[in-house]
Design a protein around this ligand. Structure first.
Ligand code: MG
Length: 160
């Protein structure tokens, strides 16, 4: 088959006084930021898992374990670049990515163009091929209580 689909999902806790990295950009003035071993960019992690899943290459934790000091505080853009390299090595290219971010605050819509601009070149695609949507849970659950954030991603890859 010359095309394959992959899906990814990730969750991170939110904590006051941390920088909030999302989609490769730091959200200015965010009261809370995501907690993690790396920079905790939940959107990038979901995209990495979607790409790895499409190519049947396990998951982000398999390649970049959260117990490995090499990845402590790591800029997640590095992971996406590496995952894209793995995909390319096996004769695949990324066709498009569609994501949903789920968080209560802050409103991320104003930052979506910057996220697309940051993410597209890491996957060797154009901004037009990166879709990012945002939603809330209408105050329900851990997202609604602003305790955490999650992201979902679906990607299509094709044989080069
Ligand atoms: Mg993660």
């Amino acid at each position: 088959m010359n095309i394959r689909v992959g899906m990814g999902y990730d969750v991170h806790q939110l904590e006051t006084g941390r920088p909030f990295f999302l989609g490769g950009v730091e959200l200015p003035g965010a009261p809370k930021g995501a907690v993690g071993h790396s920079d905790a960019d939940v959107l990038i992690h979901a995209i990495c898992d979607a790409l790895l899943g499409a190519a049947n290459l396990r998951d982000i934790g398999f390649h970049f374990a959260n117990t490995d000091n090499r990845w402590k505080g790591m800029d997640s853009k590095f992971f996406l670049r590496e995952v894209t390299r793995m995909i390319h090595e096996r004769g695949w290219k990324v066709v498009n990515v569609d994501c949903t971010l789920c968080l209560e605050k802050p409103k991320v819509n104003p930052h979506i163009p910057a996220m697309k601009k940051s993410l597209a070149p890491l996957m060797d695609i154009t901004e037009e091929e990166v879709s990012i949507k945002a939603t809330t849970t209408e105050t329900l659950g851990y997202v609604g209580r602003e305790e955490g954030v999650n992201a979902m991603a679906v990607v299509l890859i094709a044989k080069t």
